[in-house]
Design a protein around this ligand. Structure first.
Ligand SMILES: [Zn+2]
Length: 143
Protein backbone atom coordinates (compact mmCIF):
# COMPACT_ATOMS: atom_id res chain seq x y z
CA UNK A 1 0.00 0.00 0.00
CA UNK A 2 1.35 3.47 -0.77
CA UNK A 3 2.17 5.63 2.22
CA UNK A 4 0.74 8.75 0.62
CA UNK A 5 -2.85 9.34 -0.43
CA UNK A 6 -4.27 12.53 -1.89
CA UNK A 7 -1.45 14.67 -0.62
CA UNK A 8 -1.83 13.33 2.90
CA UNK A 9 1.48 12.08 4.29
CA UNK A 10 0.60 8.88 6.14
CA UNK A 11 4.23 8.18 7.07
CA UNK A 12 4.51 11.55 8.80
CA UNK A 13 1.21 11.01 10.59
CA UNK A 14 2.25 7.49 11.61
CA UNK A 15 5.40 8.86 13.20
CA UNK A 16 3.36 11.38 15.22
CA UNK A 17 0.43 9.28 16.38
CA UNK A 18 0.58 8.20 20.02
CA UNK A 19 0.21 4.61 21.23
CA UNK A 20 -0.35 3.18 24.68
CA UNK A 21 2.36 1.34 26.60
CA UNK A 22 2.90 -2.09 25.09
CA UNK A 23 1.46 -1.21 21.68
CA UNK A 24 3.59 -1.13 18.55
CA UNK A 25 4.02 2.22 16.79
CA UNK A 26 1.69 3.15 13.97
CA UNK A 27 3.04 2.39 10.52
CA UNK A 28 1.99 4.18 7.35
CA UNK A 29 -0.16 1.35 5.87
CA UNK A 30 -2.20 1.24 9.12
CA UNK A 31 -2.77 4.98 8.92
CA UNK A 32 -3.75 4.67 5.26
CA UNK A 33 -6.20 1.87 6.15
CA UNK A 34 -7.93 4.04 8.78
CA UNK A 35 -7.93 7.01 6.41
CA UNK A 36 -9.51 4.96 3.62
CA UNK A 37 -12.09 3.45 5.97
CA UNK A 38 -13.11 6.91 7.14
CA UNK A 39 -13.22 8.23 3.56
CA UNK A 40 -15.40 5.26 2.54
CA UNK A 41 -17.67 5.87 5.56
CA UNK A 42 -17.96 9.52 4.61
CA UNK A 43 -18.97 8.71 1.03
CA UNK A 44 -21.52 6.13 2.23
CA UNK A 45 -22.93 8.47 4.90
CA UNK A 46 -23.25 11.34 2.44
CA UNK A 47 -25.26 9.08 0.14
CA UNK A 48 -27.43 7.95 3.04
CA UNK A 49 -28.10 11.45 4.29
CA UNK A 50 -29.13 12.57 0.79
CA UNK A 51 -31.61 9.70 0.68
CA UNK A 52 -32.86 10.30 4.22
CA UNK A 53 -33.32 13.99 3.41
CA UNK A 54 -35.37 13.13 0.33
CA UNK A 55 -37.53 10.78 2.43
CA UNK A 56 -38.03 13.49 5.01
CA UNK A 57 -38.99 16.05 2.37
CA UNK A 58 -41.49 13.63 0.87
CA UNK A 59 -43.06 13.20 4.28
CA UNK A 60 -43.14 16.93 4.93
CA UNK A 61 -44.58 17.64 1.48
CA UNK A 62 -47.41 15.18 2.00
CA UNK A 63 -50.19 17.20 3.61
CA UNK A 64 -52.34 14.12 4.11
CA UNK A 65 -55.84 13.74 2.72
CA UNK A 66 -58.91 15.29 4.25
CA UNK A 67 -60.33 11.82 4.84
CA UNK A 68 -57.45 10.80 7.14
CA UNK A 69 -58.43 9.76 10.60
CA UNK A 70 -56.44 10.61 13.70
CA UNK A 71 -54.52 7.33 13.69
CA UNK A 72 -53.17 8.14 10.21
CA UNK A 73 -52.19 11.63 11.31
CA UNK A 74 -50.44 10.17 14.32
CA UNK A 75 -48.50 7.57 12.38
CA UNK A 76 -47.45 10.20 9.83
CA UNK A 77 -46.14 12.41 12.64
CA UNK A 78 -44.19 9.46 13.99
CA UNK A 79 -42.79 8.69 10.55
CA UNK A 80 -41.66 12.30 10.19
CA UNK A 81 -40.03 12.22 13.57
CA UNK A 82 -38.17 9.01 12.72
CA UNK A 83 -37.04 10.45 9.38
CA UNK A 84 -35.82 13.62 11.12
CA UNK A 85 -33.94 11.57 13.73
CA UNK A 86 -32.33 9.55 10.93
CA UNK A 87 -31.17 12.72 9.12
CA UNK A 88 -29.78 14.17 12.35
CA UNK A 89 -27.99 10.95 13.29
CA UNK A 90 -26.40 10.71 9.85
CA UNK A 91 -25.35 14.37 9.94
CA UNK A 92 -23.75 13.77 13.33
CA UNK A 93 -21.88 10.75 12.00
CA UNK A 94 -20.65 12.80 9.04
CA UNK A 95 -19.36 15.55 11.32
CA UNK A 96 -17.56 13.01 13.52
CA UNK A 97 -16.10 11.26 10.49
CA UNK A 98 -14.84 14.57 9.07
CA UNK A 99 -13.33 15.46 12.44
CA UNK A 100 -11.58 12.08 12.64
CA UNK A 101 -10.12 12.63 9.15
CA UNK A 102 -8.97 16.11 10.14
CA UNK A 103 -7.31 14.72 13.28
CA UNK A 104 -5.59 12.07 11.19
CA UNK A 105 -4.24 14.65 8.75
CA UNK A 106 -3.21 16.94 11.63
CA UNK A 107 -1.51 14.09 13.49
CA UNK A 108 -3.69 14.55 16.59
CA UNK A 109 -5.66 11.38 15.92
CA UNK A 110 -5.79 8.91 18.81
CA UNK A 111 -5.27 11.48 21.57
CA UNK A 112 -7.93 11.56 24.30
CA UNK A 113 -9.71 14.92 24.25
CA UNK A 114 -10.27 14.78 27.97
CA UNK A 115 -6.97 13.63 29.54
CA UNK A 116 -4.56 14.00 26.59
CA UNK A 117 -3.36 10.41 26.93
CA UNK A 118 -3.27 8.05 23.93
CA UNK A 119 -6.63 6.46 23.19
CA UNK A 120 -4.75 3.35 22.17
CA UNK A 121 -4.00 2.11 18.72
CA UNK A 122 -6.29 -0.93 18.92
CA UNK A 123 -9.22 1.23 20.11
CA UNK A 124 -8.51 3.93 17.52
CA UNK A 125 -8.49 1.29 14.78
CA UNK A 126 -11.73 -0.29 15.99
CA UNK A 127 -13.45 3.05 16.70
CA UNK A 128 -11.76 5.66 14.52
CA UNK A 129 -14.32 8.28 15.57
CA UNK A 130 -13.55 7.82 19.29
CA UNK A 131 -12.29 10.99 20.97
CA UNK A 132 -11.98 9.62 24.51
CA UNK A 133 -9.82 6.88 26.01
CA UNK A 134 -11.66 3.99 27.67
CA UNK A 135 -11.18 5.40 31.19
CA UNK A 136 -12.57 8.86 30.26
CA UNK A 137 -15.40 7.31 28.27
CA UNK A 138 -16.43 5.22 31.26
CA UNK A 139 -16.20 8.25 33.54
CA UNK A 140 -18.43 10.20 31.15
CA UNK A 141 -20.99 7.38 30.98
CA UNK A 142 -21.25 7.25 34.77
CA UNK A 143 -22.13 10.92 34.92
ZN1 LIG B 1 -8.77 10.07 28.61
Amino acid sequence: MPSTVEGFDAARTAARLPVRAGESRWVAPEVVAVYRDLQADLTRLQGEVTEANADLEDLLDDPGGAGDDQADTGSRALEREQALTMVNTLRDMIVHTELALARLVAGTFGVCESCGEPIGKARAQAFPRAVLCVACKQREERR
